[in-house]
Design a protein around this ligand. Sequence first.
Ligand code: GCW
Length: 712
Amino acid sequence: MSNTLKRGLFACLLASVATPALAEDGYDLWLRYHPLATSGVIDAATVAVLGDTPTLKVAGQEVQRGLAGLSAHHVQFGTAIRSGGVVLALATEPRLQALGLKTDALGSEGYLVRSVDLDGRRVTLVTANSDHGVLYGAFALLRWVQTGHPVSAANLTSTPHIALRVLDHWDNLDGTVERGYSGQSLWDWWTLPDYRDPRYTDYARANASIGINGSVLNNVNAKAESLTPFYIAKAAALADIFRPYGIKVYLSARFSAPIELGGLKTADPLDPAVAAWWRAKADEIYRAIPDFGGFLVKANSEGQPGPQDYHRTHAYGANMLAAAVAPHKGIVMWRAFVYAQENAEDRAKQAYDDFHPLDGKFASNVIVQVKNGAIDFQPREPFHPLFGGMPKTPLMMEFQITKEYLGQATHLAYLGPLFEETLRADTLAQGTGSTVARVVDGTLDHHALTGMAGVANIGRDRDWSGSTFNQANWYAFGRFAWNPDDTSDAIARDWAAMTFDPAPATVAPVVRMMAGSREAVVDYMTPLGLAHVMATGHHYGPGPWISDLKRPEWNPYYYHRTTRDAIGVERGPKGNAATAQYAPALARQLADPKTTPERDLLWFHRVPWTYRLRSGETLWQGMVGRYDRGVAAVADMRADWDALRPRIDPTRYAKTESFLGIQQREAAWWRDASLAYWMSVNGLPLPAGVRPPAHDLDWYKAQKFPYAPGNP
Ligand code: GCW
C-alpha cells in the first residue's frame, strides 16, 4: 500500500472514530487524542525508543498513539532516529552520552523532555534515570501538545515531590463500591485472573499519565478473603497489567484475618503465632506479586477489628504488620481515621488523642494515613491537627476524590481548590511556612517515606467517574500528589484543554465553572464552618434535624447543636479545647471567634445567631446570604455550560447539562431545607426580600432515599 493511501485510510479511520456517538462518551478521559484544530503543532512523524523494557515500549506506543490521534497523521514507531522525531531513552543510553545532559536532579522518577541533536538529527528527546521516568516524560510531552504547544518547542522537566501517589479503592469483593457513584467496581473479581479486561490497561495508562504509582485494590472495610490464594491470584493478574505503567498493587488487610483465615484464637499483635501468620502471609503474597507495595489498614474504627481489641496501641498493630512486609521492602499505611462511640470525647478530637502520643513509636516502614480534616471529607474542613502534630512519624495525606459529602456523582464540584487549600494551610508547627504540603512532602520533618492517597471515584461507568467533571478530580488528585505546590487553576486549565479542546473560548468558561464550584457546594450545604449536616447513612441531601439515632455521632445534630440562641460546637478553650491540638501559635488564633477564619467559624465556635460577621451582617443574615450565593453560583455554571453548547460534543454536553439541572434543583433543596430547619429552631424571620423555602420543614424531613448508591 502506498504511503498516501495509508494516510488516507488512517484519516478515514480517525474521522469515523471521531463520530460523537462512538467516541465521545468520556471513556478517553483527558487522554483524548482527537485531531487538534491548530495545525503545525505536531511536527513529529516518528517515535523511536532506544532500549527495550516493557515500560519504554508502552511509553513509546503512547506517544505514537497520541501524536497520531492529535495530528490525524500516521506516526511511525520503531528504533530509527529521524529528524524532527521523538526519541525516548534512558539517560544511561550510550547514544545520549555525548549530550552531557545533567539528570542527577531528576531522581528515580523525574523526567527531562527537550530538543537535542542526536546522531546529527534534531529530535525531541524524552529521557530519565528510570523507564518509569521516561513514561512520565512521555505523558508530559503529550500534555504539552494537547494543551496546544508544538512538539519541538517542548522543554519540560519535573520530579515528583511525594513518593507514594496512591489511589484507595473502596471496592468490595461482591463488585459494589463503598461510596462509589460510578457503577460497579472496575475489578471483575469473578473473571480475574483469566480475563484481563483491556480496561485495566486503560486504567493504568490514565494513572501513569498523572503520576499515580500505587493502587489499593480493595475496601479498607476489608474482607479477610482478599488475602486468600484465590484472591491473591486475581490481585497478581492486575499487578502484572499495571507493572509496565509503574503502578504497584497494595491490599487492605483485615486485622483479624489470622483468626478468620488462619484459625488462630487471637489477632493480638504481640502474640508470636499472629506475627508468624502475617509473615507467612506476606511471603505468600510476595511470591505471587514480587513488587507488592504493602498493606493499608483501617483498625479500631467504625467496627473494624484492631490492636486495641487486645489493649495494644495502633503502633503495636502497625509495627507487627510492618515486620511482616519489611523483608520484601513493603510498607504499611496505617489509617488514623479512628473514633469510637464508646468514647464520649468529641469525634473531632479522638484521632489526635489516639495517635499523638504514639509519635516516634512506629517502625520505619510505616506511614500513618491521615484524612485531610478531623471529621470526614466535608465540603470544607480545617486541616487535621495531626499534620504538624507528629513530627517523628511520616504522615500521608488522605483525600477523598469520590464526592461522598459533596453531592456525589451529579453535583459539579471541582476539588482542586479543596486540595490546594488544605495543602497550603500553615500548621505553624515550626514557624511560618510549616504548611501541610511541607509535612506531607517530608521536607518539614525530614522524612523520605512520603505519600498521598485519594479515595478513588472510579467505577465501571463508561466515563469512569460518573460524570465528565468528576474526571477532573481524579486528574487533579494525581497532579497534586506529584506536586503539592501546583495550583488548582493551572491544573483545571490543563484538564479542560485535554478533555475538551485547548481553545481559550472553551478553556476559559470551563475553568471558570470549575474554579467556583466547590465553594458553591460549601455555600449551599455547609456555610461558615458547618459540617456533617447530610442525612445519615447515604450522606445524600440535607438532614441537619436528625437527632434520634443511637450513636451520638450518627446524628447531624451532634455537629451543630443548634438552639434558639446559638449554633456551632465550641472547640476553643472555653469549650472542649480541640483548638489546643494545633500548634500554640495557631491555637491562639483559633481560640477566639474574631481571629478564627470566618469560613471555619462554626467548626471552632458556638456563637449566637446575632453574632456580627466581618461584613457587619448578623450570623443569620450571613448564613442566608451564603445559601443564596451557592444557589446562584449553580445558575451561573449552567449559563456558562449553555453557552458552551456549540463547542462540546453532544453526548458529553447533554450529560453535564442534565446533571447541572439536578444540581440546581438540589442546591435549592439544600438551601430551603436548611433554612426551614434553622428557622424552626431560632424563630428568626428571613431578611427582607429573601425567598422563603418552597415547602415546610415536614416535607423536607419526609424525603427518603432508599437504595441510594454507594451506601454500605
Ligand atoms: O467517610 C466515611 C464513610 C465510610 C468509610 C469511612 C472510612 C470506608 O462514610 O463509608 O468507610 O469514612 O474512611 O473508613
